[in-house]
Ligand binder design. Structure first.
Ligand SMILES: *Cc1c(COP(=O)(O)O)cnc(C)c1O
Length: 395
């Protein structure tokens, strides 16, 4: 249903997305991905994590062109459903490069994955562990640890993971069931702004490792999850700063650290994308209202799901930038009262902004198209245009 078009613009290495938007004037809303930026971000993470496995979290943006690019670059993939497995296989990955990271899966999902060569599964419960043992005999199993560090605007809460004592039991149980204990996995919450947020999970993983070593089980890997942030309206630490802080924590806790796996989603694709929208209406609620309401043709259901609670605050761009501005409330086009994008995050837009103007959401390559609903109020899912990476001479 979602439209995927690979475009090879005539223009050079800078401003590719805007050249495309200027030349092709696609209907809005739409997401445009610059594959060269995806490649750059992947290589940057690789440089920061030279001895780690990089497992792209497919849910961040499952566009086939992105998956194909990452397959070519040697990435592995974190998948959460049979459909994500299919997408990765179609993009050229084999099952051995996929890790089924979702702890919530049906027996049929596990069997589907196993039949296609998937041999790595994450669990956090005895119920799921037994289903894995039944339908994926001999597979590697990671146990997800419940961690709740501060610093993420979109925390996982208590939905995933178990405590350290249960993790020990599950990994020991995995061995007894003929599965292969791989290690501990945890996720510190997406857009994690604190490089120190991994320390607690690493300490717990080391403790779990010591307890299992006492029963002759060694854990070859440690899955550090995703959470690496990107710049939206404010700067964030660099990938190197994260890798340094995490390596220090590993050195403090392990005599010989296990192989690390990282599962970046946002950090690989967010900055590669611009979501272009159009102003449908500008209005005020009363004659003296200082706030203009700016209604766009995209909102919470069209791809801006992460603006719920104003958790993610995108940087915006319009053709009037630099001219006098004023405070706005930004809202989406549907008949849902919750379809308000920003009303508390101090957004200002140019006073000249009018119906028909474009508003571009920058850094919108992650968790947008994959979150857009199929037809709430009749609005179509967000189409994605991927601009070919090979137009960039220097990457
Ligand atoms: C969503 C998810 C990721 C990716 O998280 P980011 O914050 O986008 O890097 C990684 N691992 C698992 C298990 C996830 O669910």
């Amino acid at each position: 249903m979602t439209e995927h078009v690979v475009v090879r613009p005539e223009h050079g290495p800078t401003g590719t997305i805007h050249d495309f938007l200027d030349q092709h004037r696609p209907a809005t809303p739409c997401l445009v991905i610059d594959l060269a930026v995806v490649e750059m971000r992947y290589r940057e993470l690789l440089a920061a994590w030279p001895h780690s496995r990089i497992c792209y979290a497919v849910k961040a943006n499952p566009a086939p062109e992105i998956l194909r690019l990452l397959v070519g670059l040697g990435a592995e993939f974190d998948v959460a459903s049979p459909a994500e497995i299919q997408l990765c296989l179609a993009a050229g990955a084999d099952g051995g490069r996929l890790s089924y990271g979702n702890t919530i899966k049906k027996a049929t999902d596990i069997a589907f994955a196993y039949a296609r060569g998937v041999r790595r599964f994450t669990t956090d419960s005895v119920g799921d562990l037994h289903v894995i043992a039944d339908h994926a005999p001999g597979a590697w199993v990671c146990c997800r640890l419940l961690v709740q560090p501060a610093g993420s605007p979109t925390p996982f809460g208590r939905k995933f993971g178990c405590d350290a004592a249960m993790a020990v039991e599950l990994l020991r149980g995995a061995a007894e069931l003929g599965l292969r204990p791989a290690g501990v996995a945890f996720h510190v919450g997406s857009q994690q702004i604190d490089p120190g947020a991994w320390a607690e999970g690493i300490a717990q993983a080391a403790l779990i490792g010591r307890q299992l070593a006492a029963c002759a089980i060694t854990l070859p890997e440690l899955n550090l999850g995703g959470g690496f942030p990107v710049r939206y309206r404010t700067e964030v630490p660099t990938p190197i700063e994260y890798a340094t802080a995490i390596r220090r924590a590993l050195g403090n806790q392990f005599a010989a650290p296990p192989v690390t796996v990282i599962e970046p989603g946002r950090a690989i694709v967010a900055e590669a994308g611009v979501l272009r929208s159009e102003v449908v209406l500008v209005s005020r609620k009363s004659a003296g209202d200082p706030y203009r309401w700016v209604y766009l043709d995209v909102g919470r259901y069209g791809g801006l799901a992460e603006t719920e609670g104003e958790a993610i605050t995108y940087a915006l761009a319009t053709r009037h930038d630099g001219q006098p501005g004023g405070p706005v409330v930004l809202a989406g086009p549907t008949c849902d009262g919750d379809d308000v994008i920003y009303q508390r995050s101090d957004y200002r837009l140019p006073l000249a902004l009018a119906a028909g103007d474009h508003v571009d959401f920058l850094g919108a390559g992650a968790y947008t198209a994959s979150y857009s609903s199929i037809s709430f109020n009749g609005f179509a899912p967000l189409p994605t245009y991927c601009l070919a990476a090979e137009t960039h001479a220097d990457t």
